[in-house]
Design a binder for this molecule. Sequence first.
Ligand code: AMP
Ligand code: GLY
Length: 442
Amino acid sequence: MACKVMTLGGGAREHAIAEALVRSGAKHYSIMSNNNPGIARLSKCVKHIKENNVTEVADAACQFGVELAVIGPEAPLGYGVVDELENRGILCASPNRAASMLEISKSFARDLMAKHEIPGRVAYRTFDSLDGLDDFLKKMNGEVAVKPVGLTGGKGVKISGEHLKDDDEIRSYCKEILEKSIGGSGFVIEEKLVGEEFTLQAFSDGENVYPLPAVQDHKRAYEGDTGPNTGGMGSYSQADHLLPFLTNEEYLRSVDIVKSTVEAMRKEGCPYKGVIYGQFMLTRSGPKVVEFNARFGDPEAMNVLPLLDGNYVEICTGIARGKVPANEVKFKDLATVCKYVVPKGYGVKSIANEPLHVDEEAISKTGAKIYYAAVDKRDDGLYTTTSRSLGVVGMANTIEEAERRAEMALEYVKGTIFMRHDIGKRASIERKVAHMERVRRG
Ligand code: AMP
Ligand code: GLY
């Protein structure tokens, strides 16, 4: 087993990853651009480097003398950080550049699914100009999602009827993507999916896939799932690893889709090693793929990693070496509710550089966990940045009790902040179950 392990990234997801590694016996080293106090205190040594600077990251990893690396965010994957680390003899539990195209390029993922006839695919077309757009919109009855091909931090997707009210608005957004080069290279138009979204993450060693408990994230900034899309405001999971609106059969169908995708990558000569994240829409005709990510979800990592009962270092070593030890992939049968504390204005224009007060001792007495995100620890205390500040996670036998614990912890976080109190509450869950019943009835 590799013992000296490095994480790259300074968010709450990476805090949860670092915690799971240290709990599993790792000597932990970290690289992050900000100063995340949660990660720093779990580390033997920290280097503050720009995460996309592949050469500097690899130089630091060599100086640390680490044997294994786990990459949190997607951007460094796209810059080939895994390729560079592997060239220098460091094992990586994350995909190389070629495999990370599954997330980096929306058209790559859709084309792969089409070529290999993977279930859960949707009608789509990739455009690098406005030619043929009107015909395609007509064919789709204007019921579409518009996505820049490249990365936009989950904020570039616009949906007809929600963000885009008619074909004219769709057209002008497409034009804007091309003119401003949002996400780099063109856009994908795809069928608009209707249903409830869920996340299925899995460990993949290139050949075998080990699914994790299902999670539901909340992308919208405000209560009742309203307001702008964000990186995710909070998430929950259920003790039986399903969700209140998701049957075991539907969960297994989504697992099959992820397995087929990993198999397709292998056949393409591009084995996928790491966490594969499937974002699914549970529609009337079953789970359909919204997108794949080449890493843990943030916040979803905070729902699943605290439940991991096996040895995470063994799992990561297995991912990197091509054979995950199946007996280590086991999770506690508990529900989790994660709520993100974010700076006021987050989703539109964050108010950053404000002091943040966190009473960790009081929080630990509530039994909830906290994971620091994009905060900066300075000499005189903690400060917010423009991104999410910290996640609190309650764990219990039921979602309701887990939610209550998360709320108890939130009492001890003060600042120019807000959070979504509705996540995981009974009324919110019932609304999702009722919505899914309506979708199933058609
Ligand atoms: P993505 O960055 O692809 O995860 O998209 C961000 C959000 O946009 C998703 O979480 C969905 O809520 C929504 N979305 C993306 N694609 C579709 C689609 N084809 N139909 C409906 N909603 C979608
Ligand atoms: N929770 C959404 C993401 O990590 O992309």
